[in-house]
Design a protein. Structure first.
Lengths: 424, 159, 612
């Protein structure tokens, strides 16, 4: 049994099956991405002023990725055109004689580059980037002054050298959070003033460091009844395993494991409690860590340890605050914020705002399409896929054509995604 | 693409076209970014310009890369895509309309012209669509019509 | 057209020769019956799964009916089983908890619509019959066809597994309205969403395949207006699935993000659950979910009914022994129906605070869409006129379809107007309305199709006697179930109440007969009678199930390939059709329903019989 019209088009419809199928599939894809675009528009139109976090994207990276995808789209159609002329592959050193495989490898390279930029730069960058709302307007204004004094005084905005911090901050907030095109820039300024006065502005930047508690673990009285079934020997073994003096602990003299980091202290607390001891945690000291707190998103970060917070303060490298360090490099001005002043904070992850939610959803779904495309392309480059070329050249060419149609569609989606997510 | 497009001349012409379209797409992206950097304008204006450029780019991708230009006589493709865009526009438009049309106390009655318009839209659109569908499907589609013109262009370029 | 047909015909001849070679290849059991790419096997796989899920979904509602009739009492037989399977906090002492009622309610809808009727009516009959009726050797993409089935299968597995996770399956109704569905504390909703994405993917692959097959694989001479009406119905259905399902897939992905990554696409600002602010960024739109959901779910209604109409048209033409009346009108109506189905969805949302202008628009389109439905029904009714009708089992089911679908359709009109919908919204009236469309409508059509095409699939007929027993009992109990629901709904009984409205009825016991919102004893008593009818209905399906399996081996053998003396192409194949379907070249010379042609020797002239 042979399915008709897999290679030659059917005379009355002018189509071979694969091409018909892929166009129908693309129709459904149009509706899929169309629904997401509709959602984007509806959510954006319905968003309250100041909550659509537009303008936070790195346009350079976005435009670069657009070019990469455009190039891949061109390469894939060139690969098909070479195949149509019967050129399977050519020497890499003579671009004029390139064939299908050369162009296809370039396509794959572009697709991988596109995903790599997303995966290793664009997305992780945002996961480290925070908006921080404070609970005290005075502290907020103080932080702004500390953070932007240097930059504002060197700013050449508005033709004059140096503006006040408030003016400087207003400059980029009104084009960002309060981008209010419908009622013009005046509306944006009024909204900025309200937010400035009430202290509901968010500080925005990368968290570069933090102060974390060093914890003393104090071992209290051993009580056999607190954990039924625990023997004295087991308790002894537990203390020894923890590296302490068992006799001291069991006598209740007050054994202390000093200055442990959070994870170790919590683990020790758990083990000792299991062994039947009373355990008391207290903060001995705070240690400065110069790194991004990846644990920050877990609820435990706010944990109260003996009346002290687990994290006392954070170091925030503010956006739009470029200064020169000693070596002459351009860096962000860093300010320290005490955690007790923070009312809410959030990284640029899906949960942060509806904009980021839909940004990750659409680009994620698009990336999934790119990934699927890479797999199909690799299949068509391997011997198992190329076998079709040696069996039936026209059919293989058709297969590449239909794949090309899919790939161009993926490019097409990005052509619309780039302006709506990065620019408008 | 049909068999008559397999001639080497035409393919050479196509390849040149592909390079050109690639250039146009890159230029379109750059223009979009440049406009954003150079001018600050209200969102409706910016959306119009940004999406227009995107539409032009999309048009080139569909027409040349997806070689729809030479396939548009294939009514199954054209019909499906036209239908898809009608429904996409309907989905987007009607959702927006529904959300925008908030009930108000001062407008309890609907003018009868709305109903007439909706009825006309609802009757005429599907009826003409159905008529067209059945008429088109009742006869075999002409497939080769677009070929000679394209070929002529290709040869002229060659000389 | 004829020379074109000739031209394609020669190509076909070559392929038929290939076919005979291939028959000698023996495939293993797995390749032949499980991972098959043959459209007939896949059709039967779909059919088996679909019918099994229809039965399972019916069992769920039969269990729920106990809770409605005798709230707080242990369910006989099933109760201990539920307690053992799902845990004693879900069904303590065999009594159905309200949560379990919600689980069963949500899953009944999901299973019936997405895992029962779509696979049985669209995928099963479509896969088995459409390629045969258009004279194709197989579907256009056999391997995509297999992928479609297995995507469906895994979607079903995920749905089934969700019953047994802690917290149980989805509880927010088959519509899964946010924010309820998002904040509900069971992972069942997440399973539901993943399962739905699988089912949607399956339907999309299936739809692409059907469309490509019908467009590109028609036999020579099979022009568009010679397609049997069933193929037209499947064609439009496939288009509906192709273009309406992706928005639900998008919505499903968004809700999945809401649940898993805590975004707030469908969660508004200031959402409070259980007296506490929900920890989300807010700014979402609950109505967006409803729009995207109903953008699919209204066309889905036509996905459910159109294949049924197609089956009924085939059977009516065959058993009245005369051409179907107004074939072109049928085709035109079904195309209009498919088109209009996309612009009526918001009539499910009149109660969401919709403005008057837009609601006038949707009322108008909703009322307009009844026109093509009525044309189809009228054509089928008029086809009966003057026919010499054979009252066999498939024909009885097909005949019952007409008035039942009529009741279902006409009772929908009050729901299409927003002023009457305000009173009837979310009441048992709605339930009765759409069940009249899908239960005695589509499901009767599925039964009719099973009885009608069973001889082609197995070479044996199902028992006529038990078929008639099945038909009459089903018809009677079906009406006993759904007719009283109209009364209950108009009395104001709301859907989704696990005690059948008992608590609500107690609200004002002194003046129960006149107070709005309280129910008279008659209305409450209907809960018991409906439940009894439902259980009787369950028993009435046993003859069918036994008949189906028994007849595979022991049914009356058919003496020819065309036992019903039908004109369409599927009866030209050997019985059952081999891999590759046709053993001789197929060409089509005639319209689909040439019965009782004046001057012809026999009272039917098959499509492949050359015209003189």
């Amino acid at each position: 049994m042979e399915i008709p019209y897999t290679v030659k088009p059917r005379p009355d419809t002018g189509l071979y099956n694969g091409k018909l199928g892929i166009w129908l599939f693309l129709a459904s894809e149009v509706m899929l991405f169309g629904a997401l675009f509709s959602s984007y528009v509806l959510l954006r139109v319905g968003a309250e002023p100041g909550t659509w976090s537009m303008g936070l994207m790195n346009i350079t990276v976005g435009a670069g990725n657009t070019m990469v995808l455009i190039a891949s789209s061109m390469f894939v159609v060139l690969a098909w055109a070479e195949l149509k002329q019967g050129n399977l592959s050519g020497p890499w050193l003579k671009p004029r004689n390139w064939g299908y495989t050369n162009w296809k490898w370039l396509t794959i390279a572009c697709a991988v580059l596109f995903l790599a930029v997303k995966w290793s730069y664009e997305w992780p960058q945002k996961f480290k980037h925070y908006d921080i709302w404070l609970n005290d307007a005075a502290v907020l204004h103080d932080s702004f002054k500390k953070g932007y004094h240097e930059t504002a005084s060197h700013s050449s905005d508005k033709g004059t050298k140096g503006v006040s911090v408030k003016e400087y901050v207003e400059g980029f907030y009104t084009t960002r959070y309060f981008k209010e095109p419908s009622d013009g820039s005046d509306g944006s300024k009024a909204k900025f003033k309200d937010a400035w006065d009430s202290g509901t502005l968010a500080l925005s930047g990368h968290i570069n460091g933090y102060e974390e508690a060093m914890i003393d673990v104090q071992v209290g009285q051993w009580d056999a009844n607190s954990k039924p079934g625990v023997t004295r020997d087991e308790a002894k073994a537990a203390v020894i395993a923890a590296g302490g003096d068992a006799k001291q602990a069991l006598d209740g003299v007050g054994l202390v494991f000093p200055k442990l980091d959070y994870d170790k202290a919590k683990r020790m607390e758990y083990l000792l409690k299991q062994a039947g001891f009373k355990v008391n945690l207290s903060v001995a000291d705070y240690e400065k860590v110069e790194a991004h707190p990846w644990f920050w998103r877990t609820p435990r970060v706010n944990e109260d340890i003996g009346g002290q917070p687990r994290v006392r303060s954070i170091v925030l490298g503010l956006d739009h605050s470029h200064i020169q360090d000693e070596a002459g490099n351009e860096v962000h001005q860093e300010i320290e914020i005490e955690t007790r002043h923070i009312s809410r904070l959030s990284a640029y992850e899906p949960k942060h705002s509806t904009f980021f939610g839909i940004y990750y959803t659409i680009t994620g779904l698009h990336a999934a399409h790119v990934f699927g495309g890479i797999i199909v392309m690799l299949y068509n480059m391997l011997p198992i896929g190329l076998a079709m070329w040696h069996k039936d050249r026209e059919r293989f060419t058709n297969r590449i054509e239909t794949f090309g149609l899919f790939w161009h569609f993926v490019d097409l989606v990005w052509i619309f995604l780039f302006p709506i997510l990065y620019i408008l | 693409m049909s068999d008559s497009h397999d001639s080497p001349d035409f393919l050479q012409y196509l390849i040149r076209l592909f390079y050109m379209v690639g250039g146009v797409l890159v230029a379109g992206t750059l223009i979009t970014v440049l406009i954003d950097v150079l001018f600050h304008m209200p969102l409706p204006m910016a959306s119009f310009i940004g999406l227009s450029i995107a539409l032009v780019k999309a048009g080139f991708v569909v027409a040349i890369f997806m070689h729809y230009k030479w396939d548009k006589k294939l009514i199954m493709i054209t019909g499906t895509m036209v239908l898809t865009f009608i429904f996409f526009a309907g989905m987007m438009g009607l959702i927006m309309w529904t959300e925008g049309d908030v009930p108000r106390l001062d407008r309890a009655e609907v003018h009868v012209s709305w109903v007439v318009a909706a009825a006309l839209l609802g009757l005429v659109l599907p009826a003409s669509f159905t008529f067209l569908t059945i008429k088109l499907l009742s006869q075999p589609a002409p497939v080769e019509a677009a070929v000679p013109k394209a070929k002529r262009v290709a040869k002229k370029k060659k000389r | 057209m004829s020379d074109k047909a000739e031209e394609i015909g020669t190509q076909e001849t070559v392929e038929v020769q290939h076919d005979e070679h291939e028959e000698h290849h023996a495939h293993s059991f797995w390749r032949t019956y499980i991972f098959s790419t043959d459209h007939k096997i896949i059709g039967m796989q779909y059919g088996f799964c679909g019918l099994a899920f229809l039965f399972f979904g019916f069992c769920l509602i039969a269990t729920m009916r106990w809770s409605m009739a005798y709230d707080g009492q242990a369910i006989p037989f099933v109760g201990p089983l539920l307690e053992a399977l799902l845990g004693n906090n879900v069904a303590p002492g065999g009594v159905m908890s309200a949560e379990l009622y919600n689980v069963f309610g949500a899953m009944h809808g999901t299973i019936m619509v997405f895992m029962g009727i779509v696979p049985a009516a669209f995928a099963a009959f479509g896969n088995y019959v459409v390629p045969l009726q258009i004279g194709a050797v197989d579907m256009a993409f056999p391997r995509v066809n297999m992928a479609s089935f297995w995507a469906f299968f895994f979607g079903c597995v995920i749905m089934m597994v969700s019953f047994f996770i802690p917290g149980g399956a989805a509880q927010a109704g088959w519509t899964s309205y946010s924010p309820l569905a998002t904040v509900i504390p069971t992972d069942g909703q997440t399973y539901w969403l993943i399962g739905m994405v699988m089912l949607i993917t399956s339907s999309l692959l299936g739809a692409v395949n059907f469309l490509a097959t019908i467009i590109n694989m028609r036999a020579p001479g099979m022009t568009w207006l010679r397609l049997p009406f069933f193929v037209w119905a499947q064609f439009i259905t496939a288009f509906l699935l192709l273009l309406a399902f992706p928005p639900l897939e998008a919505a499903g992905i968004l809700q999945l993000m809401d649940r898993v990554l805590e975004t707030s696409f469908f969660l508004p600002t200031g959402l409070v659950v259980g007296g506490q602010d929900v920890d989300v960024s807010g700014g979402g739109s609950p109505l967006l979910w409803q729009h995207l959901f109903w953008f699919l779910a209204h066309p889905e209604v036509y996905v459910l009914i159109l294949p049924g109409m197609g089956i009924v048209a085939e059977i009516i033409a065959n058993n009245t022994r005369k051409p179907i009346w107004g074939y072109k009108f049928l085709v035109g109506s079904v195309v209009v129906l498919g088109f209009l189905a996309f612009i009526v969805w918001a009539h499910h949302m009149y109660m969401t605070g919709m403005g008057t202008v837009i609601s006038a628009f949707f009322q108008t389109t909703t009322l307009l869409i009844s026109i093509p439905s009525v044309i189809i029904l009228t054509c089928l009714l008029v086809s009966l006129w003057g026919g010499s009708i054979r009252f066999n089992t498939p024909m009885l089911f097909a005949l019952a379809f007409l008035p039942m679908f009529g009741i279902g359709g006409l009772t929908g009109l009050p729901l299409g107007f927003n002023f009457s919908d305000v009173a009837l919204h979310d009441s048992y009236y709605v339930i009765a309305h759409f069940h009249y469309v899908v239960a005695p409508g589509t499901i009767f059509a599925i039964f009719a199709g099973v009885y009608y095409w069973f001889p082609k699939m197995t070479g044996r007929k199902m028992s006529e006697y038990w078929g008639k027993v099945h038909f009459w009992s089903s018809l009677i109990f079906m009406n006993l179930i759904f007719l009283p629901m109209f009364a209950q709904g108009m009395a104001g009984m709301s859907r989704r109440m696990s005690d059948g409205g008992a608590t609500y009825a107690l609200a004002n016991p002194d003046n129960a007969d006149v107070t709005v919102g309280a129910f008279s004893d008659t209305i409450m008593g209907m809960n018991v009678s409906i439940s009894a009818a439902a259980w009787a209905m369950l028993i009435a399906q046993l003859p069918f199930i036994i008949n189906l399996f028994w007849s595979v081996k022991h049914g009356e053998k058919v003496e020819s390939d065309n036992p019903w003396q039908a004109t369409t192409l599927e009866w030209e194949t050997p019985t059952p059709p081999p891999h590759g379907n046709f053993i001789k070249e197929v060409k089509v010379y005639r319209d689909p329903y040439e019965y009782s042609v004046p001057g012809a020797k026999k009272d039917f002239s098959p499509q492949s019989q050359p015209a003189k």
